[in-house]
Unconditional design. Structure first.
Length: 493
């Protein structure tokens, strides 16, 4: 009778599914979450040299064939206030002067179709007293103008524009890198065209206590400075103490200095939003708050690339860094082998899961890594690990059965929820192979092969074809079979 019920259920399931080959999930179709398949990972801070803002937080990069490709990894993200500052709460880091976006050089806008002028064109600047202005870049593909002074009093002027209305409602916006070999202060001065009023913004003021004041962009030299201040909020002196019309801006320093401007604008009545970051302003609770970012004194870290403002919709960031986990769950199926044997050397256990996989950091011209480490947090009590071993430098053409040199790690897997550091000198384009033998019950073996999508790749078992089919039946069909008292040990490859 039981055989008849089994045959009937099997027939219904085969008809319902067509028993068509199912697309195998990454990670060999094993369940690394609820099923607790051993999920080692290479943790790394990844830098993508040219990141398209339109990718919107996906872990993508351009491969060496010029095609966008996803990294086999997960973003290492945290929402815990006590982890602020470790790179996971605000996981995306970039430098504003490394952003190529169209608005950067649109000032002054003289026409909607063909803008004939740009403050990022060195030929439109004039200099005096020995200063120089030259075309430059602040990152590959990011145009800039470079002001250089060798002593105090050397000026550079941009006057190829005229703002005649609502001057005080507009914003001075500047992204810049600044270096100094003698200057303590570098000023950008806004000149009123009607009565001689001026308003100063200090691109650099080493004597200021902080860069939060309206008129101070930075108190230290370096890259990635951003100041955005409404002109009416600046102190104006020299005439009627207001800026009514703007006819020019002048840069000067009190000593030798270099400023590379990658964005300059005085026409907009709003600011460029650089992103949103998580902060903990209320220490009385366990929740994070958010704040929008408009200023920068160096690299900034934000919650999400997609929180950048509309001005950056088509931008390319020449260098985005984020923490990622290259774990077994994202390994290509071809780099995973798994079997679940009921005929094993441990009579007190139903099944031994034998799992082997290869982890590797992908190599590409646009990718670089820092702070790499191969590690794992154990998911099972130490007595469950019959064997854990590790091999380094295994290329993709080497079969796992051909590996003849292993490092035994079993003794390190002696407790559950234990962090095991395996290798802290991980190299790019190097294969790291881990092999596990785990003592399991039938239910545990089934859960380890039960993926959310219902497909777990081509499964095999000590039961041959039907064992492979039964492996697929774990999950909801497996629950039905289990209720009828029908058990099977499964094997996945």
């Amino acid at each position: 009778m039981r055989k008849q019920i089994f045959a009937g259920l099997l027939a219904m399931l085969v008809v319902a599914s067509g028993f068509a080959p199912m697309a195998a999930a990454a990670g060999g179709g094993l369940n690394y979450a609820d099923g607790k398949a051993p999920n080692a990972s290479i943790d790394a801070d990844v830098t993508v040299d040219a990141y398209e803002v339109s990718w919107a937080d996906s872990l993508r990069y351009e491969n060496d064939n010029g095609e966008a490709e996803s990294l086999p990894a997960e973003l290492n993200r945290s929402t815990e206030p006590d982890e602020l500052g470790n790179g996971t709460v605000n996981p995306f880091t970039y430098t504003v002067t490394d952003v190529d976006f169209s608005d950067a050089g649109e000032f002054p806008r003289e026409g909607e179709e063909d803008n004939a002028a740009s403050a990022l064109d060195a030929s439109e600047w004039t200099t005096a007293s020995g200063a120089s202005v030259n075309d430059s870049t602040t990152a590959p593909g990011v145009d800039a103008v470079q002001y250089t002074a060798s002593m105090a009093g050397q000026t550079a002027t941009y006057s190829n524009f005229s703002i005649t209305s609502d001057a005080e409602k507009r914003y001075l916006q500047a992204f810049y890198d600044v270096s100094s070999s003698g200057a303590n202060q570098v000023d950008l001065v806004i000149h009123d065209a009607t009565d001689g009023d001026t308003a100063n913004v200090k691109l650099l003021n080493t004597g200021a206590s902080n860069a939060d004041a309206n008129d101070v962009g930075a108190t230290t030299t370096g890259e990635g400075k951003a100041i955005q201040v409404q002109i009416g909020q600046l102190e104006a002196t020299g005439g009627d103490n207001s800026i009514d019309e703007i006819g020019k801006v002048v840069i000067f320093s009190d000593g030798a200095a270099t400023v590379d401007l990658s964005a300059l604008n005085l026409e907009k009545t709003g600011k460029w939003k650089l992103g949103t970051r998580n902060v903990d302003t209320d220490t009385d609770d366990d929740d994070l708050e958010t704040e929008d970012v408009y200023q920068a004194t160096g690299p900034i870290s934000i919650d999400s690339i997609s929180t950048m403002g509309a001005a950056f919709d088509d931008a390319t960031i020449m260098g985005v860094t984020f923490p990622a986990e290259f774990d077994a769950a994202n390994v290509a199926d071809a780099d995973v082998e798994a079997s679940f044997e009921s005929d094993n050397a441990y009579p007190n256990w139903d099944v031994v899961g034998d799992i082997t996989y290869r982890l590797e950091l992908p190599s590409a011209y646009d990718l670089s890594y820092a702070n790499t480490e191969l590690s794992q947090t154990t998911q099972w009590p130490g007595t469950r690990y019959a064997t854990v071993e590790y091999a380094e430098g295994v290329d993709e053409d080497t079969e796992f059965s051909e590996i003849d040199s292993w490092t035994d790690l079993t003794a390190s897997y002696d407790a559950q929820d234990k962090a095991v550091a395996i290798d802290d000198t991980v190299s790019v384009d190097t294969g790291y192979v881990l092999h596990f033998e785990l003592k399991l019950t039938n239910d545990e073996a089934g859960a380890m092969q039960s993926t959310a999508g219902g497909g777990a790749g081509p499964m095999a078992s000590s039961g041959g074809f039907f064992g492979g089919l039964i492996s697929w039946l774990w999950g909801l069909p497996g629950v039905v079979l289990g209720a009828l008292g029908i058990g099977a040990a499964a094997k996945g490859a």
